[in-house]
Design a binder for this molecule. Structure first.
Ligand code: ADP
Ligand code: G6P
Length: 507
């Protein structure tokens, strides 16, 4: 449902800025254009907030060289920022997804450093800052998102000192030894300093950021406060801390309870030949997700006879992503070759080993997939959070099912009762898969109840409310130089005793 915004040039009290809009403009093979839901966890987490507020969402519509007027989509005010083919190549595919993405994900793939990409990153960030400044009302709250836009907070503050600015990083912030490879490491940190609150997924990400600040700028950090001193400017206090992101858990449960979605889940199992166990993997096709490790473990279990295709099917859904970036093209080839090999070696006339689907699905179908799966495999090598893990848990309203979860996904900080794995340890992963398949129902229920409690309580609304409360607090304290931060408010998001102790030890 797309309609033009009734008041052109409107300004908003609340503005979200992200590279991706919640809808992408898509041109089909027949030349017909339409708007489709955008991929990724950022949109999943922010959509519920934006549907329930009057704010504007500033971002890119997913196509090169097309300009769109602001419009309304499903109750959200959308303000598109155009990108040229050149911007996409240098800012989006280049600096964002071939420099920052691999660097911030533990250099799983080697990052490339090109000055021409950096120049484009600076100029596109300026364009986003200009667009946000133009639609923000006096004293508005602006919330900037993710690694593609790390220079926007300071650019925006220079344009509009009246604004209260938040920033949330959806992906990990790397340890200093990795971050320091970035030739523009200082500029990025200074770009973020324009924000009043900088949010991260994990406590460790916030700690990595504070360390980079100390090493690169010499500024004082007193967890979670950074004292920012710029030339000829009064000292500002910036808060940097963890706000683990989540999903609208109740809406997943609501869908899962619907009879037609349950019927669809049964249909999916029937279509697979009704094996005893359906294992599911659902990921953007990204090298951070450890899809290859998962396939290797499954292939070895079949080869060793510990599992058989009559009993177990792996259903792997891979959402197409960043398809013009070389590392992603290579990954697709590698995954599809492996799937083909495993199926060639082990499938029978009646049972396939891996049912592989390279496409996106609507939310209803995703929930049906979650309901159809006895075991969910999340084997990310590094992941900011991993919302798929939370979606699976939210959908399992009858407390059945087992979540295998990589300890390198942010979700592992919260979902302790999952079967936690190190995906690099293929033998350990194989044992975890067998254990999950054989897990008695009582143990499944015990674990799932605890996982569900966490996911339903700490949902997307709680995430955004907590972040925005910290931002409101920062606005109130901004002018008061001697304000004291109550460290207790930091404890709301602590996950367990160890985290609290570690934070205390870090000072
Ligand atoms: P990332 O943000 O890296 O993509 P997350 O797991 O945090 O990873 O979020 C992925 C989001 O994309 C989830 O909301 C998930 O439901 C959605 N998603 C993943 N694969 C598909 C698919 N094939 N079709 C539709 N949505 C998908
Ligand atoms: C992750 C990132 C988001 C990004 C999404 C999809 O969730 O954190 O910023 O939008 O992946 O990636 P894409 O490059 O298609 O926007």
């Amino acid at each position: 449902m797309i309609a033009p915004i009734s008041a052109p040039g409107a300004t908003y009290e609340f503005v979200v800025v992200s590279n991706r809009l919640p809808v992408d403009h898509v041109i089909g093979a027949d030349g017909e254009s339409s708007w489709q839901r955008s991929p990724g966890g950022l949109v999943t987490a922010l959509e519920p907030l934006m549907r329930s507020t009057d704010g504007a969402w500033v971002g890119w519509a997913g196509q090169p060289d097309l300009e769109f007027e602001p419009f309304e989509s499903d109750g959200m005010s959308i303000v598109p920022v155009p990108l040229t083919a050149n911007d996409i190549e240098n800012y989006y595919e280049g600096f964002s997804n071939d420099t920052l993405w691999p660097l911030y994900h533990d250099v799983i793939a080697p990052p490339s450093f090109y000055r021409v990409w950096w120049d484009s990153y600076v100029s596109v960030n300026k364009r986003f800052a200009d667009a946000a400044a133009a639609v923000s009302a006096q004293n508005a709250v602006v919330w900037v998102h993710d690694y593609q836009l790390q220079l926007v907070p300071t650019m925006l503050r220079e344009l509009r000192p009246d604004l209260t600015i938040g920033f949330f990083n959806h992906i990990p912030f790397p340890p200093y030894g990795i971050y320091s490879q970035l030739p523009w490491r200082r500029q990025i940190i200074e770009g973020l300093f324009g924000a009043d609150v900088i949010g991260f997924q994990r406590v460790q990400d916030a700690a990595n950021f504070s360390r980079a600040v100390r090493r690169l700028t010499g500024m004082t950090t007193r967890n979670p406060v950074i004292e920012v001193r710029a030339k000829n400017q009064p000292m500002r206090r910036v808060i940097a801390k963890a706000f683990p992101i989540s999903i609208d858990a109740a809406s997943f449960e609501e869908l899962a309870r619907q009879p037609h979605i349950q019927a669809r889940a049964r249909e999916i199992r029937d279509g697979l030949g009704n094996p005893k166990t359906v294992m599911l993997g659902v990921d953007r096709l990204d090298y951070t997700k450890g899809i290859g490790h998962r396939l290797q473990a499954f292939g070895e279990l079949l080869a060793e006879g510990r599992l058989s295709v009559e009993d177990v099917t792996l259903l792997q859904v891979a959402n197409p992503s960043r398809e013009r970036v070389k590392a992603y093209m290579d990954l697709r080839d590698e995954i599809e070759l492996t799937v083909g090999r495993i199926n060639g070696d082990f499938a029978t006339m009646s049972h396939t080993a891996i049912s592989y689907h390279h496409r996106g699905y609507p939310r209803d179908e995703m929930v049906a997939l979650y309901l159809a799966a006895d075991v969910m495999l999340v084997t990310a090598l590094r992941d900011g959070m991993n919302l798929v893990a939370k979606e699976y848990v939210a959908s399992r309203f009858d407390d059945t099912g087992v979540l295998i979860l990589s300890e390198f996904a942010g979700a592992a900080d919260e979902l302790h009762r999952a079967v936690l794995v190190n995906p690099h340890d293929i033998d350990g992963l194989k044992d975890a898969i067998v254990r999950a398949i054989e897990m008695p129902h009582r143990e499944q229920a015990r674990r799932m109840r605890s996982l569900r409690k966490r996911v339903l309580e700490y949902d997307a609304a709680r995430w955004s409310t907590t972040f925005l409360a910290a931002l409101a607090d920062a606005r109130q304290r901004r002018s008061t130089l001697d304000s004291r931060l109550d460290p207790i408010d930091d404890l709301e998001w602590t996950i367990d005793r160890r985290t609290v102790n570690r934070r205390t030890a870090d000072g």
